[in-house]
Design a protein around this ligand. Structure first.
Ligand code: SAM
Length: 291
C-alpha cells in the first residue's frame, strides 16, 4: 500500500521529482502528519454526503484524506506549478476536482449552485495560507454562502482572536465579525513539527458553524461594523474617546452623550468589555440618531 502523501518521505520525493521549492510568499507549509489530517476530517464530520471545498491543496495531503471519506472534493489552488503535481498525486481518486484559481477571485455562489445537489452538505476544510486567512474567511462569511461549516487550520493567534470573548486581550473587531455570522471554537492546536517547512508560528484548527441568522439584529451592518472597529481603534482608550474621534463629522459631543444614555452603556468603558449585543444596541441607537 502506498504511504499517505502527508509523510516526510513522500513530501520530499514529490518535491524532488517535480523539482519544486516551497513558495513562502504563498504560505506553502505542507502537512507531513497524516494523523493530524485524519483528525481534521473527523472533526469536520465529513462523510459520504459531504461536498468538501478545500482552499490550497498544495501537493494533495489533505485532499487525499478528504477524498477517502467525502462524496467529492473541489480544491482551489493558486499555484499553477502544483496543478500537474496534483494530477499525479491524486490520480487514484475520481472524486477530486482541482481548479487553478485564486480563492479570493472565485465565484463560489455560482459554483455551489452548479455543483451541489439538494440534500448534500457543503463543508470547507482547509489548511489555509496564513498570509490571507482573514480575507478568505471574511469572503466566505460575507458572501453568505450555503456552507454548513468551516474547519480550518490557521495561525494559532488568529484562531484565538476569532474565537475570543469580551474582557480578553484577544477580543476585538475580528472576533465580533466572525461570531456575528458563526459559532466558532478552537478544536485543537497543532505543533510546528507537523509541517514542512516548519512555520515560525504555532497553528490551531478552528471550526466555524454558520448561524441560521446573525447573532444580533442590526439595522445597518456597515454602521455596526464601523462602530465596532472604531471602538477598538485605540484599545486603551474609552469607547467615548474612540467614538468621539471616529464619528466627529456625524455626531456632536451632546449627541454622543445621548447615544450612550439611550443605549444604556457607560461611556467610560473600553471596547473590549462590550458584548456583541451591547455593540448592536449602540449601533441601532446610533442608526436612529443619524436617520
Ligand atoms: N493543503 C496543503 C497541506 O495541508 O499540506 C497545503 C496547505 S498550504 C498551508 C496553503 C496552500 O494554499 C498552498 O498550496 C498555496 O499555494 C495555496 N494558496 C495560497 N494562496 C492561495 C489563494 N489565494 N487561493 C488558493 N490557494 C492559495
Amino acid at each position: 500500500m502506498t504511504k499517505p502523501i502527508a509523510t516526510v518521505s513522500r513530501t520530499r520525493d514529490i518535491m524532488t521529482q517535480h523539482q519544486l521549492d516551497f513558495k513562502k510568499s504563498l504560505g506553502q507549509n505542507f502537512i507531513i502528519d497524516a494523523n493530524i489530517l485524519k483528525k481534521i476530517v473527523d472533526r469536520a464530520e465529513a462523510d459520504e454526503n459531504t461536498i468538501a471545498i478545500e482552499i490550497g491543496p498544495g501537493i494533495g495531503a489533505l485532499t487525499e484524506q478528504l477524498a477517502l471519506v467525502v462524496k467529492h472534493v473541489y480544491a482551489f489552488e493558486i499555484d499553477q506549478r502544483l496543478i500537474h503535481v496534483l494530477d499525479d498525486t491524486l490520480k487514484n481518486y475520481d472524486n477530486v476536482t482541482i481548479f487553478n484559481q485564486d480563492i479570493l477571485e472565485a465565484d463560489l455562489q455560482a459554483f455551489i449552485k452548479e455543483n451541489v445537489k439538494e440534500g448534500q452538505s457543503v463543508k470547507v476544510v482547509a489548511n489555509l495560507p496564513y498570509y490571507i486567512t482573514t480575507p478568505i474567511l471574511m469572503k466566505l462569511l460575507m458572501d453568505r454562502l450555503p456552507i454548513e461549516s468551516m474547519t480550518v487550520m490557521m495561525q494559532r493567534e488568529v484562531a484565538d482572536r476569532m474565537a475570543a470573548g469580551p474582557n480578553t486581550k484577544e477580543y476585538g473587531s475580528l472576533s465580533i465579525a466572525v461570531q456575528y455570522y458563526t459559532q466558532s471554537k478552537v478544536m485543537m492546536t497543532v505543533p510546528k513539527t507537523c509541517f514542512m517547512p516548519q512555520p515560525n508560528v504555532d497553528s490551531a484548527i478552528l471550526q466555524l458553524k454558520r448561524r441560521e441568522e446573525p447573532i444580533v439584529k442590526v439595522h445597518d451592518e456597515n454602521l455596526f461594523f464601523e462602530l465596532v472597529r472604531t471602538s477598538f481603534g485605540q484599545r486603551r482608550k474609552t469607547i467615548k474617546n474612540n467614538l468621539q474621534r471616529g464619528f466627529k463629522d456625524r455626531l456632536s459631543k451632546e449627541e454622543l452623550q445621548r447615544l450612550f444614555g439611550e443605549a444604556d452603556i457607560d461611556p467610560a468603558r473600553r471596547g473590549e468589555s462590550l458584548s456583541i449585543e451591547e455593540f448592536a444596541s449602540l449601533a441601532n441607537t446610533c442608526y436612529t440618531m443619524l436617520e
